[in-house]
Ligand binder design. Structure first.
Ligand code: G3H
Ligand code: 13P
Ligand code: ZN
Length: 305
C-alpha cells in the first residue's frame, strides 16, 4: 500500500529499526525492490533521483513504482536529492508520497527558505519532506577526514533548521560518501555526533551514501571484465551501530548498481548465444533482490510491514 515516508519512518523511529530506501531507474530494479520487501514483509522506500527521472521519464517511472506500491507492504515513492524546485512540485502533484529537498550545498538561510517552500507545497498534499543539513563528499570526490569534518552536520544547526523548516525527516552527514569509494582507510562514522543530533532533534534521521560495497560482488564484476578499481563501503557492523544511534532511513544505490553489473556481465559471458532481454536481465534482477533482502535484514525491518 502506498504511504508517506513519514508514516513508515515515524514507526521505525519508535521501533528502533531502519527502512531501506533503494534507488530505481528501471523496471527490473523496481521489481527487485518490491519482491524483496514482500518476501520479508518489510516496509520499503522506492526512490528516484532527478537523473533517474530524466533517464526514464517521470510518468513512466512513477507508473511502474505505483503498480509496485499496490503490494501488501507499506511502500513510499520518494524523490531523492531533489534540487530543482519545479521538478519537486511536479513530483508532489504527480503522486510521489515523499520528496527530498537537497539544499545542503547552499548557504544555511537559502537552504531554510527553499526547504520551507517545499514543506508548504508537500504538506498540503500529505506528502512528507526529507531535507539535508551538512554535506556528504560526492562521487569520487574523496577528501581528507579533516576537510570532510568541516561539512559534517552541526547538532545545534540541525535543531535550528528543523524548527525553522518543519521538515519531517532529516538527512545528516556523519562521514559517509556517495559512490563505490567512500573512504581511503577504515570507515569510522561519527557516532558521537549522531547521538548529539538525535538527542536534539529526535525525528527520523537518514543515512545517505550507506552502501556496503560487498567485496564478493566487486570481485564477481571484475572477474567478468569490469574494472571497478578501489572500492570501499560501510560495513554492516557500522550500519547496525548507526541504527542504534537513531538512523531510520538508509539509502542504497551503489550496491544495486554493482550487483546489476556483476550479474549482467556473468550472464552475457556464460551465454553468448542468448539474446532474449528477459533471460539477460532476469539474473541481474535476482542478484539485486538478494542484496536488498540482505540489507533489509541488517536494517532490522523484517516483518515490520
Ligand atoms: O545519491 C545519489 C544516487 O546514487 C543517485 O545517483 O543521480 O546518478 O541517479 P544518480
Ligand atoms: P550509495 O552510493 O552509498 O549507494 O548511496 C546512495 C544514496 O545516498 C542515494 O541518495
Ligand atoms: Zn544520497
Amino acid at each position: 500500500m502506498l504511504v508517506s515516508s513519514k508514516k513508515i519512518l515515524d514507526k521505525a523511529n519508535k521501533g528502533h529499526y531502519a527502512v531501506g530506501a533503494f534507488n530505481t531507474n528501471n523496471l527490473e530494479i523496481t521489481q527487485a525492490i518490491i519482491e524483496a520487501a514482500i518476501d520479508l514483509k518489510a516496509p520499503v522506500i522506492i526512490q528516484t533521483s532527478e537523473g533517474a527521472i530524466s533517464y526514464a521519464g517521470l510518468e513512466f517511472l512513477l507508473a511502474i513504482n505505483k503498480v509496485a506500491s499496490q503490494a501488501k507492504v507499506p511502500v513510499a515513492i520518494h524523490l531523492d536529492h531533489g534540487k530543482d524546485l519545479k521538478l519537486i512540485k511536479k513530483c508532489i502533484d504527480a503522486g510521489y508520497t515523499s520528496v527530498m529537498y537537497d539544499g545542503s550545498s547552499l548557504p544555511f538561510a537559502k537552504n531554510v527558505s527553499n526547504t520551507k517552500k517545499v514543506v508548504a507545497w508537500a504538506h498540503k498534499k500529505g506528502v512528507s519532506v526529507e531535507a539535508e543539513i551538512g554535506a556528504l563528499a560526492g562521487k569520487e570526490d574523496f577528501v581528507s577526514v579533516s576537510a570532510k569534518e568541516a561539512s559534517f552536520t552541526d547538532p545545534d544547526q540541525a535543531l535550528d533548521f528543523v524548527k525553522k523548516t518543519k521538515c519531517d525527516v532529516l538527512a545528516i552527514a556523519i562521514g559517509t560518501a556517495h559512490g563505490a569509494l567512500k573512504f581511503k582507510g577504515a570507515c569510522h562514522l561519527d557516532f558521537k555526533r549522531l547521538k548529539q543530533i538525535k538527542t536534539k532533534v529526535k525525528m527520523p534521521l537518514v543515512l545517505h551514501g550507506a552502501s556496503g560495497v560487498p567485496g564478493e560482488l566487486v570481485q564477481m564484476a571484475n572477474k567478468y571484465g569490469a574494472k571497478l578499481g578501489d572500492t570501499k563501503g560501510v560495513p554492516d557492523s557500522q550500519i547496525r551501530q548507526a541504527i542504534l544511534g537513531g538512523i531510520n532511513k538508509i539509502n542504497t544505490d551503489t550496491d544495486l548498481r554493482i550487483a546489476f553489473t556483476a550479474a549482467l556481465r556473468k550472464t552475457l559471458k556464460d551465454n553468448p548465444a542468448e539474446f532474449d532481454p528477459r533471460k539477460i536481465l532476469g539474473p541481474a534482477k535476482e542478484l539485486m533482490k538478494k542484496v536488498i533482502m540482505q540489507r533489509i535484514r541488517v536494517f532490522g525491518a523484517v516483518n515490520k510491514g
